[in-house]
Write a protein that binds this ligand. Structure first.
Ligand code: ADP
Length: 448
């Protein structure tokens, strides 16, 4: 096992990775921008290195500075967390070229899945079902029109390099296709420097259900069940559950068997998540994330597994040491993403947190880098805490989440805590009766 790991990230996920390392007797190296000198991930790490000014481009995305930090501290491996460099295939290559282990998949698999057209093509060949749509990149508007007629409106034009819900436009009928095509390409070019787009049928009432997988370098692949991430605003997840309120154990097993077979054929290793839209009992693959995801704790709670420790073990060349039959699911888990944003307008609300009080008690987990007196910097993602609860049943988990949300105090900045409290009371949420489109309407209905 590694003796020292560099964590190329910040905030709650840097802490999350640090905690797993500590428990395994691995020393940690934190990297930070000048804006994060007093951050909790820096305070708790065994060593820390400043890698640049506040702007992420000059610090957390500064590959040369991060590799230098690894060299001067003698780290043997790099954990990228999520976001920043986690899905940057060239970074993974450079880490390995410097004789370090990259705690994640191979650069080739990161590259393949980072191009959504290549990812869909690979999954189609491996026999994983897809959303109907274009077979590859759309070369012309006329081609977009032809495919849209074939799969029937409404359709979605999506960026091949997409992420974070950007570069995605709906055309409800033929009169809207030209505009959707133009806007999606312009957005994709601006956000990703790549205007390649493809087309999918726009599903009107799907749920977003994703499967967590873990693979070692010896051909063993298991899945840790599904997460339901249908509660989204602007294609971004706000609340996640494990398991899905609508999926039977038989459906989970069938999907899991198909996916683990496909990834074994692909020779995939380390953690990964396959995202699907689920409608009328059908799963349609949309993309694969080749990294740890924000919402991984709900899976950890129901499976009793530490996914970061598994990532570290796999990256160090160890075998999983268990099979699918050893994976058990117990109870229900829910995660609320608490962000430093106005709960009604979603305007960012960085600044000083005067008082921070985390809830506790049986089945409550808070992944957060907050502390009283901490100043949330304006330069990065607005996520400040993940409140996760686990209970024997879904109704008990909802009751526990309501109780925990009421205990939690983040005073001095605006947060989305009031919105989460409202979601936990909404009859549709309580009934488990929601699609990916529900939250957007719920939020609009709350506007003052
Ligand atoms: P990104 O990588 O930008 O997050 P995804 O392909 O993962 O993009 O899609 C994000 C979200 O957008 C999905 O969870 C879903 O809510 C919505 N979405 C994506 N594809 C479709 C589709 N074909 N029909 C309806 N909604 C979709």
């Amino acid at each position: 096992m590694f003796k020292k790991v560099l964590i190329a990230n910040r905030g709650e996920i840097a802490l999350r990775i640090h905690r797993a390392c500590q428990e395994m007797g691995i020393r940690t190296v934190a990297v930070h921008s000048t804006a994060d000198a007093a951050a909790m991930h820096v305070r708790l790490a065994d060593e820390s290195v400043c890698i640049g000014p506040p702007s992420a481009r000059d610090s957390y995305l500064n590959v040369a500075a991060i590799l230098s930090a690894a060299a001067i501290t003698g780290a043997e491996a790099v954990h990228p967390g999520y976001g920043f460099l986690s899905e940057n295939a060239s970074f993974a290559e450079m880490v390995e070229a410097h004789g370090l282990a990259f705690i994640g998949p191979t650069a080739a698999h990161i590259r393949m899945m980072g191009d959504k057209i290549a990812a869909k093509d690979a999954m189609r060949r491996l026999g994983v079902p897809l959303v109907p749509g274009s077979l590859g990149e759309l070369a012309t508007l006329d081609e977009a029109r032809a495919v849209a007629e074939e799969v029937m409106y409404p359709v979605l034009i999506k960026a091949a390099a997409g992420g974070g819900g950007r570069g995605m436009k709906v055309a409800h009928d033929a009169s809207e296709i030209e505009e959707a095509w133009r806007v999606a390409r312009t957005e994709a070019k601006a956000a990703f420097g790549n205007d390649a787009v493809y087309l999918e049928k726009y599903l009107d009432r799907p749920r977003h259900i994703e499967l967590q997988v873990m693979a070692d370098a010896h051909g063993n692949v298991v899945h840790f069940g599904e997460r339901d991430c249908s509660l989204q605003r602007r294609h971004q997840k706000l609340v996640e559950e494990a398991g899905s309120p609508v999926l039977s154990a038989a459906e989970r097993d069938a999907l899991g068997a198909n996916v683990t077979r496909a990834l074994k054929e692909l020779g995939y290793r380390n953690a990964g998540t396959l995202e699907f839209l689920w409608q009328d009992g059908q799963f349609c693959f949309i993309e694969m994330n080749t990294r740890l995801q924000v919402e991984h704790p709900v899976t950890e709670m129901v499976c009793g597994v530490d996914l970061v420790k598994e990532q570290l073990r796999v990256a160090a060349g160890q075998e999983l040491g268990y099979t699918q039959d050893d994976v058990r699911f117990y109870g229900h888990a829910i995660e609320c993403r608490v962000t430093a944003e106005d709960p009604d307008t979603f305007a960012p609300s960085p600044g000083r947190v005067n008082t921070y009080h985390a809830p506790g008690g049986l089945g409550v987990r808070v992944d957060s880098a907050l502390y009283s007196g901490y100043s949330v910097p304006p330069h990065y993602d607005s996520l400040v805490a993940k409140l996760v609860v686990h209970a024997a049943t879904r109704p008990e988990a909802i009751a526990r989440m309501r109780r925990s949300l009421n205990e939690m105090v983040v005073d001095g900045i605006k947060t989305t805590l009031p919105l989460h409290r409202a979601i936990m009371e909404a009859p549709e949420f309580v009934a488990g009766d929601y699609t990916i489109h529900w939250l957007e309407k719920f939020v609009a209905g709350r506007q003052p």
